[in-house]
Each structure stands twice: as structure tokens, then as C-alpha cells.
Design a protein around this ligand. Structure first.
Ligand SMILES: Cc1cc2nc3c(=O)[nH]c(=O)nc-3n(C[C@H](O)[C@H](O)[C@H](O)COP(=O)(O)OP(=O)(O)OC[C@H]3O[C@@H](n4cnc5c(N)ncnc54)[C@H](O)[C@@H]3O)c2cc1C
Length: 294
């Protein structure tokens, strides 16, 4: 089923779909742990899951392998991320044909951030070019794109950035998934700015719980420009130990999700970091056993 249809179905039911994100593990132990994680999270009945793709194709085979395995072993709908920077049209066609042949028709179309020294010839300048390409060559595919509530660092002009986002949606994207954020007001403001700009597709909130101090540093690097509210940083600095940091991060994410459930969000996408612990604890503290019952 296409994600846009899942979003419509849940909206018609008056509920909010939850989804989980995983990344392809690098080691055999990592694969084992990930499938334990997936088994632990399955009873929650997510609407779909997504699998990341290393910029420049660095996880190409492993992304495909993980998408295929989740699909076969769980029957869940899977969104395959695909980045285009450094790719040729022929490479993208090969990837999409392989997904088509295993019944995977949902793609999150992204640019990716390839380090300058590794950049080679690319048939795509921006994610919009990938969206256009998929729409023209694989019109039956569902396409999601990324959105940045706090702004994307490469475009300091926020009005121009919204024009680019609208163009990406007009080129054929069905929905937007956001970068992580820690203040729901940034998400709500983003959704409203989308509405004003005439971007009418559903906007799914991306939530990543902080699980360690080193994780916090990684997030600050990966999601460059992310705002860490003082109240959150104060709570983290009060944490007595690693367990305390984890609890603060989970509590913060749970509060974000609880407030989002009462807002205009079209869905909640949890960045699991391939571990079930934080996701399960967030759901426990919200009293949720299965998203199906929402
Ligand atoms: C939900 C989500 C999932 C992600 N998954 C992955 C993943 O699996 N693998 C990975 O490597 N990365 C992933 N990323 C990171 C993403 O690839 C980077 O943040 C990248 O810098 C932006 O990608 P984009 O698709 O938004 O690019 P684009 O839409 O191309 O935007 C990139 C920048 O270019 C600007 N821009 C857009 N169009 C134009 C134009 N016509 N002219 C000039 N400037 C323009 C935008 O404003 C923005 O600043 C993910 C991000 C999100 C939010």
C-alpha cells in the first residue's frame, strides 16, 4: 500500500499513524540485534517502517537487503530511503527496478550529504530532480520527501527554502517527513508555513529521543542547526548518570509525542536508532500498547 493511502486511511479513522526508522547494520551482530529489536517493536503495529540509505550509495546493498528482509519476515510496508547526490539515472533505475520486483513501491527521495572529496558526477542536483525522475519513470511509486522545521543549513533564506520545498512537492511528492526537532512549536510553525505557502500534503513529525550524552553530540552534528531548548539541556545536565540521561530523553520525547497527538500532525515517525528500548518506554509512558487501538 502507498504511504499516502495509509495516511488517508488513518486520517479518515481519526487516528495518527506511527512509523519507525531503522538503518542497515554494519556487522552480523548488528543484524541479529536489529531483528530482535524489530520483533520487540512489532506488537505495537506500526503503520510502516523506513530504512535509511548511506549518502553516495555507501549502504546500497545493505539497504536493499534490509528492506527485502523486513518485508518478507514481517509483512510490514517498508519505505526505502534513496539519496541522489553522486548517482546516475542508470543507477537509480536499477535500484527502483529491484524494489519494484519485490513489491516495494514507497521511496523517501533525498539528496543526501556526500562529503566534498567523495563527490563524483551526478545526474541529480537536488532531491526535486529525483522526485521528478521517479514520477516520470515509475509513476505508480509513492514518494515522500524531507522537510526541516528549523531550516536546512544550506539555505539560510527561509522564504526561498519554502519555495524549494513547494517545488519538490509540486514535482510529485505525496508527503513530507521532518528532520528531528525538540520544540513542538517549531513543527507547528512549519506546518502553518507550509499551509500559507500552499503545500497541502501531509506533514509527518520526526522524533528522535536522546539516549546518551554522546548521542546528543552526534545529533547536533547530523542535524546541523537543530535547536536544543534550555529546559531540555538543563534537565540533561541534572541527570545523575547515563540512566538518568536516557530517562530525560525518553520523557522529553514522550511529552513531544503526547502534545503532537493533539495537534495537526499527519503522523509520527520515530527514529529508533535500531534499539527498541526508548521506543517501548515512550509508548509505555503514553499508555500505548498498540498503535492500532489509537
Ligand atoms: C526524514 C529524513 C530522512 C533522511 N534520510 C537520509 C538517508 O537515509 N540517507 C542520507 O544520506 N541522508 C538522509 N537524510 C538527510 C538529508 O539527505 C540531508 O539533510 C540533505 O542535506 C537534505 O536532503 P533533501 O532531500 O532535503 O535535499 P534537497 O531538497 O535537495 O535540499 C537540500 C538543500 O538544497 C536546497 N535546495 C533545494 N532545491 C534547490 C534548488 N532548486 N536550488 C538551490 N537550492 C535548492 C534546500 O533548500 C536545502 O537547503 C534524511 C533527512 C530527513 C529529514
Amino acid at each position: 500500500m502507498l504511504i499516502k493511502d495509509i495516511l488517508k486511511q488513518t486520517r479518515d479513522k481519526g487516528s495518527v499513524p506511527f512509523s519507525f526508522e531503522f538503518f542497515p547494520p554494519k556487522t552480523p551482530k548488528g543484524w541479529e540485534t536489529l531483528f530482535e529489536t524489530i520483533t520487540e517493536l512489532l506488537p505495537l503495529r506500526p503503520a510502516y517502517v523506513s530504512v535509511t540509505y548511506g549518502a553516495g550509495g555507501s549502504t546500497r546493498e545493505n539497504t536493499h537487503r534490509l528492506v527485502e528482509r523486513i518485508r518478507k519476515e514481517t509483512g510490514l510496508e517498508v519505505v526505502a530511503h534513496l539519496t541522489c547526490e553522486g548517482s546516475t539515472e542508470a543507477e537509480v533505475v536499477t535500484i527502483l527496478e529491484r524494489y519494484n520486483s519485490i513489491g516495494v513501491h514507497n521511496i523517501l527521495a533525498l539528496k543526501g550529504d556526500v562529503p566534498k572529496e567523495n563527490r563524483q558526477g551526478s545526474d541529480f542536483a537536488h532531491a526535486i530532480d529525483l522526485v521528478r525522475f521517479i514520477r516520470s519513470r515509475f509513476p505508480h511509486f509513492g514518494i515522500g520527501v524531507a522537510g526541516f522545521p528549523e531550516g536546512h543549513p544550506a539555505t539560510p533564506n527561509r522564504l526561498l527554502e519554502m519555495d524549494y520545498l513547494k517545488a519538490k512537492v509540486d514535482a510529485g511528492a505525496d508527503y513530507i517527513v521532518t528532520q528531528l526537532f525538540f520544540d513542538n512549536r517549531d513543527f507547528e510553525d512549519f506546518v502553518e508555513r507550509c499551509e500559507i505557502a500552499g503545500v497541502t500534503v501531509p506533514v509527518i513529525a520526526g522524533i528522535m529521543p536522546i539516549t546518551s550524552r554522546s548521542g546528543l553530540q552526534r545529533m547536533a552534528e547530523l542535524a546541523a542547526g537543530a535547536r536544543f531548548p534550555a529546559r531540555l539541556l538543563r534537565a540533561l545536565s541534572r541527570a545523575a548518570d547515563d540512566e538518568g540521561v536516557e530517562r530525560v530523553g525518553e520523557h522529553w520525547a514522550a511529552e513531544q509525542v503526547m502534545n503532537l497527538l493533539g495537534s495537526k500532525t499527519a503522523g509520527i515517525h520515530l527514529y529508533t536508532l535500531n534499539s527498541s528500548k526508548a521506543t517501548l518506554r515512550i509508548c509505555q509512558s503514553l499508555g500505548i500498547r498498540s498503535f492500532n487501538a489509537l
